[in-house]
Every structure is written in C-alpha cells, then in structure tokens.
Design a protein around this ligand. Structure first.
Ligand SMILES: Cc1ncc(COP(=O)(O)O)c(C=O)c1O
Length: 504
C-alpha cells in the first residue's frame, strides 16, 4: 500500500524533539492549563522564528500570536472572529476541504473563486474583487496550496492584501506549508511600509488591521498527532480570537509547547533539509510521471495531476488505483463544492484531477508509485488495464548475463515484448477480462498481509506462456530484490485456475 492521500509527514521528528516530547509529557507542569494564548515562552520563540523566516524587519511581537490545537483550530477561531452565519467568505477552488466544511458548519457562505489549470491554479485578485459583496468578511488563501501545491508569489499575495485593505475585509492566509518554500521569503506582509523591500506594498502598509496568518507545527516539525498550530493577528482581532479559543480549547496541548520552545532554532536545519528533499522528490515525481498524465501544479506537500482516461471520473480512477495498484490518492472532488468542476463547467472531463501527497513517501516509493502508475492504461471501452511489474522501466539497470560475454540481458525488454504480443493477440475485452482477474488477486494478497510493494503481478496472454513468464518474473525479482531477501516460491502470481481456464 502506498498511501499518498492524507498529507502526512513521511519521516518522524528528530530525536531531540522526540526526547523533549517524552520528558515534557511526564512533567507535572504540563498537566495543568496554561494561558488561553499559550505558553509565553513559545509565543516569544514563534515571533522570533517568524522574523527568521519572513525577515528581520518584520513587525512581530509575542502578543500577536496565539497557540492553538492545530491550524484547523486556528482557522476556526479566525473565522469565528471575523464572520457570522449568513456572511460570505471568498475561497479559491479547489479548496482545502476543512475550510469549506468549517464555513458550512457555521452557516457562513463559501464563495468559490475558480483557479484554472492553464493559470497554474493561481487565484486572480481581479476575479476575486468581482466576487466581494457587502456581506463578504474575508478572503482565505492557502500557500503553498492544498490541494494543488501551487505556490503564490509575494507579489500575488500583496495584491490580495491590498484588495482586502481596500474593501476593509480580512485576508486570512493558511501558511501550514510555508517552510517548504525554498526559493525566498513566502511574502513581505509582516514588514511595515517604510521598511518594505517590495515595491508591491505602499509606504503606509501595516499588516495588523487586515491580515491574519495561520500556521501548523504538524508538517514542519512532523508532529501532527501532538496538535499544535498558531494564529497571528492584530490586537483587535486577537481579542475576539481569545474569546473563541477560551470557549473551544481553553489552551493548546501544553507538553508540546514546553518541548518546542527551546528547540525552534536548533530544529531549523532539520526543516531546511526536509524542505530541500521534498523539492527533489517533486522533481523526481515530475520526471517519472507518464507523459499521458498532466501535471497541473506542484509544491509544498502536493502534486495535482490530470489523469488521461476521458469520460472516467477522478473518483473512479482514484478508487481503482487504490484497489488495483495499492496507490491511495485523493480525487479533486474532495476539494470543491458539490457539482463543481475545475474548469468552472460541469463537463465530465473537467473531473479528472487527482492529488498526490508527495511528502508522505520517500524517493524510492515515488519511483514505485510511478512504475505502477505508468502501467495503468486505458482501453477504448474505458476499462483500465494494470499490467504491473517492478520497478519502473525508466529506472531499471541492465543486467549482464554471466554466460552472455557482456551481452545485455534485459528482463524488462522481454516483458515489454510479451506485453506487445499480448496487445496484438488479444481483444480489448479480453484485456479487461484479464485485468478483472488481477483485482481479486490483489484483494487476496492484501488479506494475507503480503507486502504489496514486493509483489509482481504478471498478466499472461495464454496459459502456455505461464512458465516463461514465471521465469522472467523471477529473474527480475532476483535482480531487484535486496540480497538478504529470499525469493519466495509464490513470487509469480497468476489468476486462479477457474479464471485461467476461461482465458483464450
Ligand atoms: C492547508 C491546511 N491547513 C491546515 C491543516 C491541518 O493542520 P493541523 O494539523 O495543524 O490542524 C492542513 C493539513 O493537511 C492543511 O493542509
């Protein structure tokens, strides 16, 4: 199973943080409540950390911050502070589903601001301006974005901030993935006008009246289960936020605050390395993605990809990828209002986008995902044939035969030839039938706890070719399996006899 669905850190936190968490969890001090806005020492450390990230000229103090039980809690508190039931909030679509759901739960109207694939899923301030009414209380942006991965430039963010100021509404930015921006400062909004490094913001700019920043410790510090986030806002809004937080959380989990405050500077190299590794993983993902799959945007944790199967919904392709190849992803439908489609129309083809959480897996797994994924093909009947072999042909190494005096023996090549024969000699409905017989096999494997990552499923054109296919599969397995692992006798898997007999 390769889980690229929920955005979860693919690695644990560093040992120094784990140790501190253990120590602080058993500290009697952590058993009591702390103040509504959090441990003062962490509020102060966070304000300093933000100056490190957004620039030393930032106008930020500990009093601007409040610690929350995660960024979702921070969003809830911020929204409750600025809007009431019946008010409107503009949200670029696709949106982060918890934002959509929170607004719906509170009776606040989420006004969709479409973002388009050919514009890199970047929201337009001009289109946003057209959506603002007398009922609008806020614009919500997420950058780097969930689900599209799009990273908004400081200049685009400045345009939205000025729009919010002009219309006297709030700009709420969820910057859960801010530490994964590696090519500069995420934006300059915290720097006061006279010190502005950017020509996009005027000399009378100040962030406190119209800007609310949300942060999550879940991703950067790899601690989603410990539930810690933050909201940063000016004094007026912070007063409202405090009332909300008092009612819905009293205080954020305390042990994690105590563990983190002395460590933030020391953890910077870990965060930086993780961010750079993720950028490389995105590059790998992009280079291995089959050309028929269209990459819309990527960044932070996510890649947003359009599948090639016309007329089949992303939900169906995601479901089948999960069941038939063990790759779990989320279709775009999760990230938008009901009956909404990416292009703004309701055409079926618009519903072909899928989110991959690239951060969940390491480089080797990205290769595995794309080797499985690359072999998912469409037949004209809309059936999907997954002929799965490992690893990706684009990453395979040629094997030298001991007897062949340097002649390359390439098991992949033989496999491909065999698949070509299969395509020549069988009709599409037979392919669909063959594929159907792989589905139950995968199910059976899953039930028997076999590591799906380590399996080959070989689709044989005829029963006669079974021994040859078995030989090739075993050869490849030996080639790619670590030496310490033994090839199990059932390494080549074939359809159950009843189904085999029905095949031509
Ligand atoms: C944009 C965004 N905001 C908030 C969250 C949730 O963060 P937390 O775990 O801090 O509540 C996520 C998690 O995936 C997210 O993608």
């Amino acid at each position: 199973m390769l889980d690229m669905s929920q955005g979860i850190p693919g690695i644990p936190p560093p040992a120094m943080l784990l140790d501190a968490l253990g120590r602080c969890a058993s500290d009697p001090q952590a058993c009591g409540y702390c103040s509504i806005t959090g441990e003062p020492l962490l509020m102060s450390a966070l304000a300093k950390e933000m100056k490190h990230i957004y620039g030393t000229d930032c106008d930020l103090s500990p009093d601007d911050t409040a610690l929350t039980a995660g960024a979702n809690m921070a969003f809830t508190a911020a929204i409750m502070a600025v809007a009431d039931a019946g008010d409107e909030v503009v949200l670029p679509v696709p949106w982060y589903f918890n934002h959509g759901m929170t607004l719906q739960m509170m009776g606040i109207i989420a006004v969709p601001l479409p973002t388009l694939p050919h514009e890199g899923f970047l929201p337009s301030p001009r289109k946003c301006a057209e959506l603002i009414s007398t009922k609008t209380k806020a614009i919500v942006l997420v950058s780097p974005n969930n689900p599209t991965g799009a990273i908004y430039s400081p200049s685009l963010i400045a345009s939205f901030a000025l729009l919010a100021r002009e219309r006297n509404i709030a700009l709420i930015m969820d910057e859960t993935y801010r530490d994964f921006v590696t090519n500069g400062v995420p934006h300059h909004l915290f720097v006061p006008g006279p010190l502005q490094p950017s020509p996009d913001l005027p000399t009378d700019w100040t962030w406190r009246r119209h800007f609310i920043h949300l942060f999550s410790f879940s991703k950067s510090y790899c601690i989603p289960g410990h539930r810690l986030g933050a909201v940063v806002a000016g004094a007026d809004v912070m007063e409202q936020i405090k009332t909300v937080l008092d009612c819905i959380q009293i205080c954020a989990p305390r042990h994690v605050q105590l563990a983190l405050y002395p460590l933030l500077p020391e953890l910077r190299p870990f965060i930086r390395e993780t961010a750079h590794a993720l950028v490389q993983r995105h590059k790998l993902f992009r280079s291995l993605l089959p050309s028929t799959w269209e990459l819309g945007s990527q960044g932070g944790y996510y890649a947003f990809v359009k599948h090639p199967f016309k007329g089949i919904s992303a939900t169906e392709v995601s479901r089948r990828m999960a069941v038939e190849t063990g790759i779990v992803t989320l279709p775009a439908g999760f990230f938008m209002p009901l009956n909404y489609a990416i292009t703004g129309s309701t055409g079926k083809d618009a519903d072909r986008w899928i989110r991959f959480s690239v951060a969940n897996v390491d480089d080797t797994k990205v290769e595995k995902v794309l080797s499985r994924h690359g072999r998912v093909q469409s037949t004209s009947e809309g059936a999907i044939l997954a002929s799965l072999t490992h690893p990706s042909s684009s990453t395979h190494k040629k094997e030298k035969s001991s007897k062949g005096k340097g002649k390359a023996v390439d098991a992949d090549h033989a496999m491909k030839k065999s698949r070509r024969n299969l395509n020549k000699t069988t009709t599409e409905s037979t392919l669909a039938k063959l594929f159907t017989s792989c589905g139950p096999l995968y199910q059976a494997l899953k039930l028997s706890n076999v590591q799906l990552d380590d399996c080959f499923i070989v689709v044989c054109p005829t029963v006669d070719e079974l021994p040859e296919m078995r030989r090739l599969a075993e050869k490849r397995a030996q080639h790619y399996m670590p030496k310490e692992r033994e090839l199990c006798s059932e390494s080549t898997l074939v359809a159950p006899a009843s189904e085999r007999d029905a095949m031509p």
